[in-house]
Design a protein around this ligand. Sequence first.
Ligand code: SF4
Length: 363
Amino acid sequence: MQNQDFKHNSKLAQILAQLREQIKQKYSFMEVCGTHTVSILKNGFRDYFKNKIDFLSGPGCPVCVTAQRDIDKIVCLAKQNVIIATFGDMIKVPGTKSSLEKEQAKGADVKIIYNPLQCIDLARKYKDKKIVFIGIGFETTAPVIAALVQDAYQKNIRNLFILPLLKTIPQAINFLLQSPKVNINGFLLPGHVSVIIGENPYKFINSKYQLACAIAGFEPLDIALAIKSLLSQIKDGNPKIDNVYRRVVKKEGNPKAKVLIFKTFQKCDTYWRGLGIIPHSGLKLLDKYADFDADKNFSLEFEIEEKATGCICGDILAGIKSPLDCKLFGTKCTPDNPIGPCMVSIEGACSAFYKYGLTSINK
Ligand code: SF4
């Protein structure tokens, strides 16, 4: 639904008209989820609130935040006569010199999967091969990867490995908010991640930074209600974690999924593209599952070099720049020829801007 179609949804149109009317100064709201970025662009929110709200894309796309050095590590693995099992978005992301797609063209065995649990079938089918699953994602994906590890452990599967590149969102938000370059008045918090972790892990955003927060769903009305909540919190000087996605997100999150995560992983420092190392923002396998850890079972020696490509994905993920600030956007960098991960993933800001936002970018 583009913005001109808001009038076909009277409740939504009414809320939006009231909101636009009441905004007297410009605000910057960060959405910390690639699905929100897509929905905001696709549904015309940027145009509708032009000069009133800047929507900043945060570090909420798992492919985008995977560092160049981790892509190089994946490429290094792909060269070792293994089967790489990965979500499809990962194969085009360029590392320093290569990508999974390029390695596949040279003969590497790369299989695209949709559910990590498919790796059990792969391990059984290809008994004489080592299967390495590229475990990217946030708290949303962590439980299913944990289930994979638990299942493989119980079934004593010996030819399956996980490269754990999981990241956690609250630590990234905290890190961003410590930067003097970041100017944010409120957060649309990610619906999917919140389904797992609930409301409490975000409380520091209110107490430490006095910023408004709304946990939001992905339909246009969900986003409108989240914006309404942020504006109201700012007006009242009463920042809180307002869950406007209660039909899906429970205050306590999903306790079973949380137990599964902490039975399988432990916190670690991890490297985010463009942001650097963020303390305690990663999940690595517990020592009990070391036999499944690709980091511990393969020779992964490669030189860490961050190649300068002109890509500004890091600044976009930090909410400092927009895709149109990139000189390569739409010229040298397109979805068919992506230079950075934000153009590869369908949830990446550059890809979403390219598809839906060429006329509506808040620079
Ligand atoms: Fe990187 Fe391409 Fe986006 Fe520029 S347009 S920031 S090169 S992904």
